[in-house]
Design a protein. Structure first.
Lengths: 269, 230
């Protein structure tokens, strides 16, 4: 099944037909509708509780700024998967539930099950193989949506009760849980190895990962200090974290550009 | 009358079930449109090898992330995914800046705003990226290994978690030590361990160590600095 060119003058195959794009767009509309629904509800409730408009706006702006760079890297994942699966399926999968490690391993596993040993390394041309991949990726990822309606309310009530009993303990425990998550990523930046099969330069721990990590930590601490010293700057506080991330990325580019190649060591490749 | 929390759970459940049905309709639609249904044998074989990891992980993720994301934030996050690298950092930084605790109703409002905005921005950027990709190929150029920006994209996670972690490491350095030591020891032994395995280990070590230090009076009886800077 071939379709005439829609974009860019290239012939599209069944994986990127107008129908596929229509399905992808429907998913986008659903996600936006859900987010808008909860956002409007929260803002209304925030006003009732007397939370200042500025605080709510700051939360929104900060969150939007924080989302830009990771979202672009998600698009990069769509690019990577599109070679084998076309654009639409990776687009849908990474818009909902998706995360790179799940999506690639699901797709790879489905293709291998059908005896396709090339897996994601070559374009899937058989519609049945394609739908099998779509089914495995979808069914493989939906478990949280089955669990949530049953457990979340009870789980949060239990946590709420424990939290209300002792505020200091509760604050420490929630800080500990979050620090635990951050440390997993920090640890990989210090000692994690890259993908052995793909052998990509720069995906293991080394000078660049440490530059990014320490650079963004340094910029953030600097901004925190500045805000403490000059209370006038407080209104810019919500920009400090996303800005530190971008500056950290900028520093990586500078170091990568100016440091002679022999010093760009990757000690865990 | 139902409280805000109760209503949030009711709406959260409705949206989650709707999401489940709609997501399952995607492969159904593809199969009908292409008139190509998978063979049960291949589907089950492919599913089995990922389900054995993903299904138990789903339980761990729900239990680990739910306390930090708030009610509506959790429902939305699990529909849109990318929790550890997007929804959680957005929520934690928004709560940190606002000064509210996630267990308070004000914290619930702020976390909901953070997750909803993050989901919207991400969804729109991905959709625009797909459009740009189809029309011009510019995204492929920016993110390809030959792009001058490529090294920065490779280091997004250290930069993202460095920026968010900085304030936490500074304020709670005592909490940071134990999980950092354990994770570095694990990675020294096997550097290929992915965050999916490291996160539960690190969180459990952090929680247990913090609880023990709390019992020993390491944190005193005062509230930790910074948690009430409203």
């Amino acid at each position: 099944m071939r379709y005439p060119a829609l974009f860019g003058g290239t012939l599209m195959d069944f994986k990127s037909s107008p129908f596929m794009y229509a399905v992808g767009s429907a998913i986008v509309v659903f996600v936006l509708a859900q987010s808008t629904f909860f956002l409007v509800r929260a803002v209304k409730r925030g006003k009732e509780l007397g939370i200042s408009g500025e605080k709510m706006k700051n939360a929104a702006v900060q969150s939007a700024l924080f989302s830009i760079a990771p979202a672009i890297s998600i698009v990069a994942t769509v690019v990577v998967l599109s070679g084998a699966l076309g654009v639409v399926l990776p687009w849908i999968r990474l818009t909902v539930i998706g995360a790179i490690q799940y999506e690639t391993s699901s797709a790879q596993s489905a293709l291998n099950a059908m005896g396709n040993s090339a897996g994601l390394a070559s374009a899937v041309t058989d519609p049945t193989q394609f739908t099998t991949v779509a089914w495995v990726m979808t069914v493989g990822s939906i478990m949280p949506l089955i669990i949530l309606p049953f457990v979340l309310k009870k789980l949060q009530k239990g946590i709420g009760k424990a939290m209300n009993k002792n505020k200091l303990w509760a604050d420490l425990m929630s800080a500990a849980a979050f620090i635990g998550i951050i440390i997993a990523f920090v640890g990989r930046a210090i000692l994690g190895t890259g993908d052995k099969e793909l052998d990509i330069i720069g995906d293991g721990a080394g000078v660049l990962s440490i530059t990014g990590l320490l650079g963004s930590v340094g910029f953030m601490l600097l901004f925190t200090l500045l805000v403490k010293k000059k209370p006038k700057l407080q209104k810019f506080e919500s920009f400090a974290m996303p800005l530190s991330m971008f500056l950290g990325m900028g520093l990586v580019l500078l170091v990568n550009h100016f440091l002679p190649a022999q010093y760009l060591i990757e000690w865990r490749y | 009358m139902k409280s805000y929390f109760d209503k949030t759970h009711t709406w959260g459940r409705i949206w989650t079930v709707a999401a489940l049905i709609i997501f399952l309709l995607v492969p159904v639609a593809f199969s009908i449109h292409l008139n190509a249904w998978p063979k049960a044998e291949y589907f089950l074989k492919g599913l089995a090898s990922v389900a054995i990891i993903f299904y138990p992980t789903a339980f761990i993720e729900v239990v680990s992330y739910a306390p930090l994301l708030g009610a509506a934030g959790t429902y939305m996050s699990f529909v849109t995914g990318n929790i550890a690298n997007l929804k959680l950092p957005c929520t934690m930084s928004a709560l940190e800046t606002s000064g509210y605790s996630v267990s308070s109703e004000e914290g619930e409002v702020i976390s909901t705003i953070a997750v909803a905005v993050s989901a919207m921005v991400t969804t729109i950027i991905i959709a625009l990226g797909v459009l740009l990709m189809s029309v011009t190929g510019v995204i492929q150029k920016i993110t390809s290994p030959s792009s001058p920006l490529y090294p920065a994209f490779q280091q997004i996670l250290p930069c993202l978690f460095g920026a968010i972690g900085a304030v936490y490491f500074y304020k709670y350095w005592k909490i940071t030590l134990a999980p950092l030591a354990v994770i570095l020891a694990l990675l020294a032994f096997n550097g290929g361990m992915q965050v999916g395995i490291l996160i539960p280990v690190s969180v459990i070590v952090a929680l247990v160590a913090t609880h023990l230090m709390y019992k020993k009076g390491v944190f005193g009886k005062e509230e930790p600095a910074g948690e009430t800077h409203e």
